[in-house]
Design a protein around this ligand. Structure first.
Ligand SMILES: Nc1ncnc2c1ncn2[C@@H]1O[C@H](COP(=O)(O)OP(=O)(O)OP(=O)(O)O)[C@@H](O)[C@H]1O
Ligand SMILES: [Mg+2]
Length: 512
């Protein structure tokens, strides 16, 4: 076998050419492993945690694990286009998403790219998806209300701007509806809303966007979606991307409401990619830092100090429970991170109490400071009324054997439950909520049949709109109840004229 001199020189030349590559070894690496949504690469010694990387095929990845020999990368796109031996480049940038006014009204993916077919988003501002939450001195106590428009929430578990309130419940108990209706109610409230849909069917997200559009809510809303068919890393980063978009507004002195729907699916996605990255599994196979995953996200919701412009970001994370078990791992974690929770109960939901808010287990730890005075006055006894009602409910079957006080409590309780019901997508302005709760707590509903309460409410609103708009305006403007005599006179006037749907006389005892 003879060796040709040209071949040798060609080989040497090739080696020399390759030597050039070796010099830039600091900035590029070689893929050594590709798996579902993740990759490992060798030779990225200087990569930063969270840095954005670019693969040969143009797909982006984010550095997740820094190990002695290689880095673990989550692939933010189609990982099937990556093969072993591909080069992967450092970009020197931490993962960012586009932010700013141009995002409003759009539906985007976790990378901030539009998915609504309405063309390019023109903004040159970006923000890193991970950011340290504002510190103690940068914050201020929550004091402005965030009206959800739902009687049961605004009266019993009031939410303040900058608060983190968890919405928790089994599947199909109206969790998403609470979020969507809250967004709908922000119309004209100087609030920018971000709805982050994590792992939700494309068809579901589509119908939510249609609902928001129908009620004119897309004018102030950004929808971030990471569908179930997308790789786990995109589901994992979706809430951080949404938070980054919200922070842009918050740090410019604006008010933001962000809904993460839901963090259970995000936790599952994170568990998936952690296991493929071979991080050791902990309780329920979630990785050890699952608590930090949620706490650092929710801490970014804040009410900023005046020096920082006084903006706010209110977070409403949603968590799904299994069979009402709020003591499972993810629910307990998120409960301990948030400033309260709204628990939606499936039994109530199926018995027709919607929204199915369980007053006993739902709390708001800071929102009370933000509740308007008028609401405080009329809703003060509601929680107690409901609690004693549920306690006495089991006795209700004995009917007339009960003493008068107990009967009165049952009667009032049943009416309270009825008043707190609210149909889909019909948020109420706070002054009207105050009005109906005023009628309830002052006993005007005690003689009204349960079936007539919905009619009583809408007729009462019509009556006030027509002849006592000034009283409603006082509540809305001052946040306090108008003169009690005036209120009483107006409501009694209405009660005198109220016509129930049919002429049956009202039943004296709470009928269940
Ligand atoms: N207040 C309400 N009045 C009437 N129907 C309601 C109300 N709230 C929710 N629903 C209906 O109940 C169904 C489930 O609601 P929703 O999708 O909000 O629940 P979810 O808990 O988010 O469900 P999932 O577990 O699928 O995420 C929907 O069809 C919705 O229209
Ligand atoms: Mg839902």
């Amino acid at each position: 076998m003879s060796i040709k001199a040209e071949e040798i020189s060609a080989l040497i030349k090739q080696q020399l050419a390759n030597y050039q590559d070796e010099i830039s070894v600091e900035e590029t690496g070689t893929v050594t492993y590709v798996g579902d949504g993740i990759a490992r690469a060798h030779g990225l010694e200087n990569a930063l945690a969270g840095e954005l990387l670019e693969f040969d095929s143009g797909v982006y990845g984010m550095v997740q694990n820094l190990e002695s020999n290689d880095v673990g990368i989550v692939v933010l796109g189609d990982f099937t286009k990556i093969t072993e031996g591909d080069t992967v480049k450092r970009t020197g940038r931490i993962m960012e998403v586009p932010v700013g006014d141009a995002m409003i009204g759009r539906v985007v993916n976790s990378l901030g790219q539009p998915v609504d077919g309405k063309g390019e988003i023109k903004t040159d501002k970006t923000r890193p998806i991970e950011r340290k939450a504002p510190g103690v001195m940068e914050r201020k106590s929550v004091f402005q209300p965030l009206q959800t428009g739902m009687k049961a929430i605004d009266s019993l578990v009031p939410i303040g701007r900058g608060q983190r309130e968890l919405i928790i419940g089994d599947r199909k108990t109206g969790k998403t509806t609470v979020g969507i209706d809250t967004i709908i109610n922000q119309k004209g409230q100087d609030m920018i809303c971000i709805y982050v849909a994590i792992g939700q069917k494309e068809s579901t997200v589509r119908s939510q966007v249609e609902t928001l559009t129908k009620y004119g809510a897309m004018d102030y809303t950004i929808v971030v979606t990471a569908g179930p068919s997308e790789p786990a890393p995109l589901l994992y980063i979706a809430p951080y991307a949404g938070a980054a978009m919200g922070e842009e507004f918050m740090f410019n002195g604006k008010h933001v409401l962000i809904i993460y729907d839901d963090l259970s699916k995000q936790a599952d996605a994170y568990r998936e990619l952690s296991l493929i990255l071979r991080r050791p599994p902990g309780r329920e196979a979630y990785p050890g830092d699952i608590f930090y995953t949620h706490s650092r996200l929710l801490e970014r919701a804040a009410k900023l100090s005046d020096a920082l412009g006084g903006g706010s970001m209110t977070a409403m994370p949603i968590v799904e429970t299994k069979a009402g078990d709020i003591s499972a791992y993810i629910p307990t974690n998120v409960i301990s991170i948030t400033d309260g929770q709204i628990f939606l109960d499936s039994d109530s939901f199926y018995s027709g109490v919607r929204p199915a808010i369980d007053a006993g287990t739902s709390v708001s730890r800071v929102g009370g400071d933000a509740q308007i005075k008028a609401m405080k006055k009329v809703a003060g006894t509601l929680r107690l009324d409901l609690a004693s009602y549920h306690e006495l409910e089991s006795f209700a079957q004995f009917g007339s054997d009960l003493d008068e006080v107990t009967q009165a409590k049952l009667n009032r309780g049943a009416r309270t439950v009825e008043v707190l019901k609210q149909p889909l997508h019909s948020p109420l302005p706070v002054e009207k909520q105050v009005l109906i709760l005023y009628a309830l707590t002052h006993g005007y509903l005690d003689d009204i049949k349960l079936d007539d309460i919905a009619k009583f409410e809408s007729d009462l609103f019509d009556f006030f709109d027509a002849s006592h708009a000034d009283l409603l305006e006082t509540i809305a403007k001052t946040g306090d109840l108008p003169d009690n005599d005036k209120m009483e006179a107006a409501v009694s006037d209405f009660v005198k004229t109220f016509q129930p749907a049919d002429d049956d006389k009202s039943e004296p005892v709470a009928n269940k």
